[in-house]
Design a protein around this ligand. Structure first.
Ligand SMILES: NC(=O)c1ccc[n+]([C@@H]2O[C@H](COP(=O)([O-])OP(=O)(O)OC[C@H]3O[C@@H](n4cnc5c(N)ncnc54)[C@H](OP(=O)(O)O)[C@@H]3O)[C@@H](O)[C@H]2O)c1
Length: 384
């Protein structure tokens, strides 16, 4: 079955693409129109992450790039191009979206909700009745900060920390309605926060913690208009709302992609099958804070509420509300279904301070061996 993927240039999408190319001779990439040369960006990722030259050289033949815009009806394609695309797809992976935690709801709805609607319309139009694999987020659980979030839950009873969470929740509602209306199965994959130990690189997409580190560093270096620059050896105190017993679910992005592709290989129930693709051990907020403190010369103090008189630096950080909300979370994501399907192999190696530091600290780039690297780089025989 021919497979198509949205969001293939993204932090997760690149890893999904890597996995899909293990078992598919070719993949259709539904790239973001007007957002740079998707093929070159993808090739660059594989070069930087150590894929053999013969593999990257074969990518232009193995990838069919179709420029699309999630936010536009028919994905911005002509009626003919839309139908032709739909008819050629056997499996449709939808990983594209906006993960902007500060974004406004209208904008996020256009990409994440209307975008999902347009992708589902593509799946509905396909004569092969393509299987749909929708990438959501564990954070549809919303603003519930304690307790356990289960895979079969989908409600807005606790509200949301930000418009991103709400938009992903609304996208899942659409998926449920679509599955019911068309009598079609959908796989919904809800990852936790995805991380890597590859250092930041200008040609690679960032992950959420890298964004947080950058914001903290920028604020530390330019603490605001009218405020004197800090001495290089200063370590200013930053009060951030958070909980000393808070914890975050951080999962290696390569592992998340592997688990997702394995889940996609399971027989569907016929309706919506939802899985929490999460780590079985959370990382404490204090570990994350310590890692950030070592990288950026600040001293973070977790407090219960926003300070009444914030410093210039604290005010700058307030511009990123998506960040601080999570430092107060103590909930756990239940992944019983994933473990029931995949057994102990669903578990990944621990994510510790060293791993996080490696993925945040700028350092000279060395090409790593790609995960599961083998000497054989010939395109695989079509298997799925
Ligand atoms: N990263 C995480 O920690 C995390 C955690 C939980 C869930 N998720 C979910 O995982 C999925 C992938 O996230 P990610 O980390 O890979 O995000 P990302 O790095 O920001 O990538 C987003 C992808 O979506 C594409 N895209 C954005 N707007 C588009 C549009 N209007 N039309 C077509 N394509 C568009 C981007 O293309 P361009 O790059 O060309 O703009 C990019 O390929 C998302 O659905 C997200 O909600 C991510």
């Amino acid at each position: 079955m021919h497979v198509a993927l949205t969001g293939a240039t993204g932090f997760l999408g690149l890893r999904l693409l890597r996995r899909l190319l293990d078992t598919h001779r070719s993949v259709t990439v539904l790239a973001h129109a007007g957002s740079g040369d998707a093929l070159q960006r993808i090739i660059r990722f594989f070069e930087l992450t150590g894929s053999p030259e013969a593999f990257t050289a074969a990518l232009p033949d193995r990838l069919r790039v179709v420029e699309t815009d999630l936010a536009r009806a028919g994905l911005g394609l002509s009626g003919h191009a839309f139908q032709e695309l739909a008819d050629g797809i056997g499996t449709l992976w939808h990983s594209a979206g906006s993960i902007n935690l500060e974004g406004d709801l209208a904008e996020l709805r256009r990409t994440n909700v209307e975008g999902t609607r347009h992708v589902l319309e593509l799946a509905a139009a396909g004569r092969l009745r393509p299987r749909v694999h929708h990438v959501s987020t564990a954070f549809v659980a919303g603003a519930r900060r304690e307790g356990v979030a289960y895979e079969d839950e989908l409600d807005d009873a606790h509200g949301f920390e930000n418009a991103y969470e709400r938009s992903k929740y609304e996208a899942e509602l659409l998926v449920h309605a679509w599955s019911k209306e068309h009598g079609r199965p959908v796989l919904v994959l809800r990852p936790g926060i995805l991380v890597t130990d590859l250092p930041p690189h200008p040609d690679l997409p960032s992950h959420p913690l890298q964004v947080v580190e950058r914001i903290l560093r920028d604020a530390r270096h330019a603490p605001g208009p009218g405020t004197p620059a800090l001495r290089a050896d200063a370590r200013p105190r930053v009060r951030m709302v958070g909980h000393a017993l808070g914890r975050l679910n951080l999962l290696q992005v390569e592992h998340a992609a592997e688990v997702m592709v394995r889940l996609a290989g399971r027989a569907p129930s016929g309706g919506v099958d939802t899985y929490h693709v999460v780590h079985d051990r959370d990382v404490s907020v204090t570990t994350v804070v310590e890692v950030l403190e070592r990288l950026v010369a600040v001293s973070v103090e977790l407090v219960d509420a926003r300070p009444d008189t914030p410093s210039a630096l604290e005010s700058l950080l307030d511009f990123y509300p998506g960040m601080t909300a999570y430092l107060a979370h103590r909930r756990r994501f239940d992944d019983t279904r994933v473990r029931a399907r995949l057994g102990p192999s669903a578990a990944s190696a621990p994510v510790g301070a060293g791993y996080l530091r490696a993925g945040l600290a700028a350092r000279p780039w060395t090409v790593p061996a790609p995960p599961g690297a083998t000497a054989d780089v010939s395109p695989p025989v079509h298997r799925a």
